[in-house]
Design a protein around this ligand. Sequence first.
Ligand code: NAP
Length: 460
Amino acid sequence: MSIQTINPNTNKLVKSFEEMTDEAVNNAVAQAEKAFSSWRKTSYTERSQLLNRVAQLMRGEKNLLAEMITLEMGKLISQAEGEIDLSANIIEYYANHGAAFLADKTLDPLLGRAFIRHSPIGVLLGVEPWNFPFYQVARFAAPNIMIGNTVLVKHASNVPQCAIAIERLFKEAGAPAGLYTNLLMSGERASELVADERIKGVSLTGSEAAGASIASEAGKYLKKSVLELGGSDAFIILEDADIDKAVEWAVVGRINNNGECCVAAKRFIAVESIADEFLSKFTDKMAKLKVGDPMDRTTELGPLCNEAAAVQLADQVNRSVTAGARVLLGGNRVDRPGAFMEPTILTDLHPGIPAYHEELFGPVASFYRVKDEQAAIDLANDSDFGLGGSVFTQDIERGKRVADQIDTGMVFINHPTWTQADLPFGGTKGSGYGRELSELGINEFVNKKLIRVSELSDPF
Ligand code: NAP
């Protein structure tokens, strides 16, 4: 397994990194366990101060860190800067609200007195993806460090410089050795590590294959796991939608992060009466996107994260066309160096065509025309995924009724699926289980311990 920075704008190798030896990983786990024994005894104030310092350092290095993101995985530089802000917001959110979320909860039992204490559970392993190299780590590490757990992070092999930078920020903020440790190693080794008895829980954000591997190990060794997996979000446009607004959000929803978001709008479902208008305006805007170098601030669509991802996406399009799909726009690799794919729109999709079932991780939109609202809901739910989704209508009560019938973890009305520190994030079905962010996200790897006090006068 190679751990390398390869610039996807050129596909040129920038730097290679050595994987950690088994001995180094073993030492890191031992250090994390040792750190847990003292970190669990620190006050919320001390934990909060550390996290706030990390966020401050992150903001101070925003330009450098954003350039690192863009170099390693191709995100547009302005979006990379936005990711640093969002990550710092998340860290501060848990620093500033964590103590309140974790305060003892008094119960009112029939007999005696009782309360719930939120205790940490120990060393956790986080397996993280490359598509938001700072944000994904922030939403795993910050709440867990606030709880009193210690964390080992196995980051994706194509963003080693980002992974190393995050560990450095924790060190510079004064984190004790073992509180936050970056593990430079392959995914397969991360799955094997779940068996280590010193590791008490595991969180993975990534593909279904990696999720299944981690979850089966976690199940085998009876460990708590959280899985944030892929998605194929429906973007429903009803006949009473503001079409121009829907078109603008449709483009943003599909190409944000160069189309490599788990919660990207991927399946565009328009009811018959407005389908032509929506499709023609959407196609027009997608066709005009400026594709190019993600460091150039005028670029609107950058490369995919690496050559393999571009080859895979082009193959999904080709297999779909062979099975009967029609390419309305794009459909090919861009004729230039780098991991680029044209903005693409596929139509004439039905069950059996790969694009109907598979997640398309890049600037490829699937378009569907349906009879009415119920058909749109049925199509939205005809997916193995259950992450997010959107419905566009000017009737908010109608939007809520539709949202209620969509089987996903998140539904946005008049907006593509999005994320912020204080909104829970996660899915159902093949998109995984558990939640990150908000108060829910701090409750995953915590022992909700009942403490009951009996009065001496209580009857036997
Ligand atoms: P991936 O291959 O699953 O990689 C994600 C992480 O898992 C990486 O650190 C990877 O390490 C590791 N990994 C790979 N195989 C593993 C295994 N057998 N056991 C344990 N860990 C393993 O995912 P990807 O294709 O790069 O990332 C995109 C996927 O992530 C998409 O499906 C996307 O929808 C999903 N995602 C979901 C969310 C969410 O919150 N639901 C957010 C972002 C992305 P290596 O890099 O070393 O292989």
